[in-house]
Design a protein. Structure first.
Length: 189
């Protein structure tokens, strides 16, 4: 039996010497393996950092990083900031922040749209991965409307593509037939 763990996007991240931020997104390679977490510094002071998954361990309500805050700050930046001129080339420049992940990899954010073959079905809440191989087994989806929301674990075999949301090979009806998934909040890496 494979031991899995959930990567819940948005939980607090702590270094060995204190809090350093929160999980902004999960980086997935073309083979559906998680390679990094992007951790956004506390109070958005500085750019998000690419944290190798091998330095991450789970605790009940946070992610613990096997590094100090100083070491965390030295990880490769996962975001770049560009400035564009205000409307008509005048006014206050606008800051545009975008992801910079390893070439060929995709950043999966909490709240990314999930698309069935016949339309949008919900939003990403996290991923389930194999603890030893880091292979994604399921996409955790918040499906439905305000009064009928439920969590569903979509098998990775039903994912047609990642990037600009997640595209599935299933219809809305097929997804609605999947059982609800309990998200294990006691082990949320």
């Amino acid at each position: 039996m494979t031991e899995t763990e959930q990567i819940t996007i948005g939980v607090e991240a702590r270094c060995s010497d204190g809090p350093c931020g929160h999980v902004l997104c999960v980086v997935v390679d073309p083979f559906h393996r998680v390679t990094h977490l992007v951790v956004e510094p506390k109070h958005r002071q500085g750019l998000g950092r690419l944290v190798p998954l091998d330095l991450v361990e789970a605790t009940p309500n946070e992610v613990r990083l096997r590094c100090t805050k100083d070491e965390f700050e030295k990880f490769e930046a996962a975001e770049e900031t560009d400035f564009s001129p205000g409307p008509g080339g005048y006014g206050v420049p606008q800051a545009l922040v975008h992801d910079t992940v390893p070439s060929g990899d995709v950043a999966v954010h909490g709240g990314d749209h999930v698309h069935a073959t016949d339309g949008e079905i919900g939003k990403v809440q996290g991923l389930v991965i194999d603890r030893s191989s880091h292979q994604v087994s399921h996409v955790l989806l918040q499906e439905g409307h305000l009064w009928g929301r439920r969590r569903v674990a979509i098998p990775i075999s039903a994912v047609a593509g990642l990037g600009n949301g997640i595209r599935l090979t299933l219809t809305k009806e097929q997804i609605q037939e999947l059982p609800s998934a309990e998200i294990d909040q006691s082990n949320p890496i």
